[in-house]
Design a protein around this ligand. Structure first.
Ligand SMILES: Cc1cc2nc3c(=O)[nH]c(=O)nc-3n(C[C@H](O)[C@H](O)[C@H](O)COP(=O)(O)O)c2cc1C
Length: 184
């Protein structure tokens, strides 16, 4: 598919056991299939990266205690088998706190969770959306959850495909919002 303007997306993810990283890669595939130029970064590599250099910011992390992780929940994850290194440095909550307010950019958020209820009212993606929209970003899609079978994973069958499809949808919506419709 040819796109006259190549829009840019930044995907920033946090992961303890690796499942959210897998979803982030699948979402990235969908964004690329949708014609976007994508930079994907683990949250600890995203320090100093300015999301206002991108047309769309996509943020994803694991749901911990119905919300974004905190240092204490990351230590809990390590006690439950996550690599110790995955708890080092900052998580999404701390990265979001470094974003300067005043942006008028597009945003999508996702999480992973064990809960089978897809529209869990309290989960990491909803919390991230609330914190980032307060800084002026506008959501292009509802915060979305992808389900793992257990605290350590794996992802439920079909979730990576759903993540890729969601990425394609985000690309379409971003083009729709940012590309002027030609007048014939
Ligand atoms: C400390 C802790 C708290 C958790 N709390 C929740 C929760 O409130 N709701 C939920 O659905 N899953 C919860 N989980 C499961 C995580 O969402 C799951 O470990 C995560 O999706 C795996 O992603 P990752 O492999 O990227 O770390 C929790 C896991 C840990 C370690």
């Amino acid at each position: 598919m040819n796109h006259p303007v190549q829009l840019r997306a930044l995907v920033v993810f946090e992961t303890m056991f690796g499942n959210t990283a897998t979803v982030a890669r699948s979402v990235t595939e969908g964004l690329v299939e949708g014609g976007m130029d994508v930079t994907v970064l683990g949250v600890r590599d995203a320090a100093g990266v300015d999301p206002s250099d991108f047309d769309l910011l996509v943020v994803g992390g694991p749901t911990h205690a119905f919300s974004l992780s905190r240092p204490g929940t990351r230590q809990d994850a390590v006690r439950q088998g996550a690599p110790a290194a995955s708890a080092e440095g900052i998580g999404l909550r701390e990265w979001i706190a470094t974003l300067t307010p005043g942006h008028d950019h597009l945003l999508a958020t996702f999480d992973t969770r064990v809960t089978k209820v897809r529209h869990l009212p309290k989960a990491a993606s909803g919390r991230a959306a609330r914190l980032i929209t307060r800084r002026g970003f506008r959501l292009v899609s509802r915060p979305t959850g992808f389900v793992v079978t257990d605290i350590q994973g794996d992802l439920v069958d079909g979730e990576t495909e759903r993540a890729t499809a969601w990425g394609r949808l985000l690309a379409v919506e971003t083009h729709h919002r940012l590309t002027p419709v030609p007048v014939s």
